[in-house]
Design a binder for this molecule. Structure first.
Ligand SMILES: Nc1ncnc2c1ncn2[C@@H]1O[C@H](COP(=O)(O)OP(=O)(O)OP(=O)(O)O)[C@@H](O)[C@H]1O
Length: 238
C-alpha cells in the first residue's frame, strides 16, 4: 500500500512534535525514519498508525483519505521496541491471537500460524512460552503476530533497540530478507544510523519535527543538503 503524508503537524501542549511533514512512501518500499531523540520519529509513526491524530494535514493510504480512520481499519501491523507478547500464551497462541479478529475457521488459522512460524524460522518454538525464548526470537514472534492479519503496511518502532548488538545485526539482515520475500510496505523508526543504512531503501532524516532530507544511504552520505544532516551522519557513523 502506498502512503502519502501531506502537511502533517502535531503539537503536544506548546511543543511542536511534527511541523508540516510531507512524505511519499511507495508501495512495497522499506523506509527508515532516522533522527535524534525527540525529533518526532515515533510521533510520525503513530500518526501513520492512527494511534495519534494530527492537528492538521492528511494521511492518504493507497489514495484514500485515512486521516480520521482508526488503527483497526487501516490494515496496519505495528511492532514496538518491547515485544509485548502475552506471557501466559505459547508462541503459537501469541501469533494466532492476531487472527482472532478475523473470522477464519480453525484449520485455516492453524495453517496461517504454521506458515508464519516457518517464515520467521520459529517452527520448533510453537509450544514454547515467551520466557523460554531469546530476545531476538521474541521479537520475531511479535513480527509474526503483526503479520498474521496480512497487513498492507508494517510499522516498526525501534524494533531491535532492546537487543544486544550482535542479535540486532542478525535481525536486520533477517528483516531485509523477509521484506524481500513478502514486499509489504514497511516503515521503521531508528536512531541508529548503521541500522538505517543497512536496512532502508530510503532514509528520511527528521529534526525538530521537520524532514531535513530524504534519500538512499549513498545519496545522504555523498550529498547531505545541510550541515545538520552532515554532522548527524558523521557523528553516528560507527
Ligand atoms: N503523548 C505525548 N504527550 C506529550 N508529549 C509527547 C507525547 N508524545 C511525544 N511527545 C513529545 O514529543 C517529542 C517527540 O517525540 P517522539 O517520540 O516522536 O520523538 P522520537 O524522535 O521518536 O524520539 P526518541 O528516539 O527519543 O523516541 C518528544 O519531546 C516527546 O516528549
Amino acid at each position: 500500500m502506498s502512503i502519502l503524508v501531506e502537511n502533517i503537524s502535531k503539537k503536544f501542549g506548546s511543543f511542536q512534535a511534527l511541523d508540516r511533514v510531507n512524505l511519499e512512501i511507495k508501495n512495497g518500499s522499506l523506509v527508515g525514519l532516522l533522527g535524534p531523540s525527540g525529533s518526532g520519529k515515533s510521533t510520525l509513526l503513530r500518526v501513520l498508525a492512527g494511534l495519534e491524530l494530527p492537528d492538521s494535514g492528511r494521511i492518504w493510504l493507497e489514495g484514500q483519505d485515512a486521516t480520521q480512520m482508526k488503527l483497526q481499519d487501516r490494515e496496519i501491523g505495528f511492532v514496538f521496541q518491547n515485544y509485548a507478547l502475552f506471557p501466559h500464551l505459547t508462541v503459537f497462541e501469541n501469533i494466532a491471537f492476531g487472527l482472532e479478529v478475523k473470522n477464519l475457521d480453525s484449520l485455516l488459522k492453524k495453517q496461517r500460524v504454521q506458515e508464519l512460524l516457518k517464515l520467521m524460522q520459529l517452527e520448533k518454538f510453537g509450544n514454547c512460552y515467551p520466557n523460554q525464548l531469546s530476545g531476538g526470537q521474541r521479537q520475531r514472534v511479535a513480527l509474526a503476530r503483526a503479520l498474521a492479519v496480512e497487513p498492507k503496511v508494517l510499522l516498526l518502532d525501534e524494533p531491535f533497540a532492546a537487543l544486544d548488538a550482535k542479535i540486532r545485526k542478525q535481525l536486520r539482515s533477517w528483516l531485509r530478507e523477509l521484506h524481500h520475500q513478502i514486499s509489504v510496505t514497511t516503515v521503521f523508526v531508528t536512531h541508529d544510523y548503521a541500522e538505517a543504512m543497512e536496512l532502508a531503501q530510503e532514509i528520511v532524516i527528521l529534526e525538530k519535527g521537520q524532514i531535513l532530507q530524504i534519500g538512499t544511504a549513498q545519496e545522504l552520505s555523498d550529498h547531505p543538503t545541510n550541515s545538520f544532516v552532515e554532522e548527524f551522519l558523521e557523528l553516528n557513523k560507527d
